[in-house]
Design a protein. Structure first.
Ligand code: SF4
Length: 271
């Protein structure tokens, strides 16, 4: 029987809400993504195509082609189904899609103009899997961009500028650095996050950090603990006051037996 593959997104989900993890990764239930996730997927496809061209042909794609890839990818993802978060719901589906297309195209273009020229990728969207000794789970993931042993990078789309320490505290970057050490023989010199921030004027924020061998034990302890929980089949729900335990942030909320339902009670209407 194949081993369960634990991705860092699953590891993070498990530490926030075990029920979400169980439904998504153990039971295989899927909920349609929100607009932000769909935009992120479209931008990732354009960035990957642009940087793959740099590896194979030694130069980036023409700007128009990068924009077309983002536009087409957004349309294709939209067709599969999307949940309109509050801001987008207020616009209505057609307008929301138009805004999402414009945003994805402008962020892909931003990466093409400001981030991609400075990158020397050796791998793009590199999948990896690690066996962890003594565990029934494997750790797995996909590195967005690798520049040999010089750096690994993850591309993010965001509405807000990130916190200054976001790369230092990223479990995702730690797992990617471990994967490179195991597959390529050394920890990469830098681990970076390339944030494409969709403020009024889109901006690129690049934040870099480093990992050493001392950074891996605490991450692996989390994997060991996750493995025990998966084996035991014991999952705890999020706390009721956790911000993400809400219809806006959790797609399972409408059908979750642990979720708090808001019931309207009429008050002050007695005559
Ligand atoms: S509604 Fe709350 S408890 Fe239920 S899966 Fe979502 S986050 Fe977890």
């Amino acid at each position: 029987m194949p081993k369960f593959q634990l991705h860092v997104s699953g590891l993070n989900m498990l530490s926030k809400c075990g029920i979400q993890f169980e439904r998504r990764y153990i039971n295989g239930e899927k909920v349609p993504p929100g607009v932000s996730l769909v935009m992120g997927t479209a931008v990732h496809k354009a960035v990957a195509a642009d940087l793959t061209e740099k590896i194979t042909a030694g130069k980036l794609l023409p700007s128009e082609q990068v924009q077309d890839i983002a536009r087409d990818a957004l349309a294709a993802e939209w067709q599969k189904g999307v949940v309109l978060e509050e801001d987008y719901a207020a616009l209505g589906e057609k307008k929301a899609e138009a805004v999402a297309v414009d945003t994805a195209v402008s962020l892909a273009e931003l990466h093409h103009e400001e981030a991609a020229p400075g990158l020397q990728p050796t791998h793009v969207e590199r999948p990896w899997v690690l066996d962890i000794e003594g565990l029934p789970v494997q750790l797995a993931g996909t590195i967005d961009v690798q520049e040999g042993l010089r750096s690994i990078r993850d591309t993010k789309t965001s509405k807000k500028s990130p916190a200054a320490d976001v790369a230092d505290t990223s479990l995702q970057l730690t797992t990617y650095c471990l994967a490179v050490r195991q597959h390529d023989g050394a920890v990469p010199e830098k681990a970076g996050l390339d944030f494409l921030v969709h403020t009024k004027v889109p901006k690129l924020v690049q934040i870099e950090s480093r990992r050493t061998d001392a950074d891996f034990p605490h991450m692996l302890e989390r994997v060991y603990q996750a493995s025990r929980m998966i084996e035991a089949g014991l999952f705890m729900p999020a706390s009721l006051d956790d911000w993400y335990c809400s219809p806006r942030w959790c797609g399972f909320h409408p059908t979750c037996k642990y979720a708090r339902r808001l019931v309207s009670v009429a008050v002050g209407s007695e005559k």
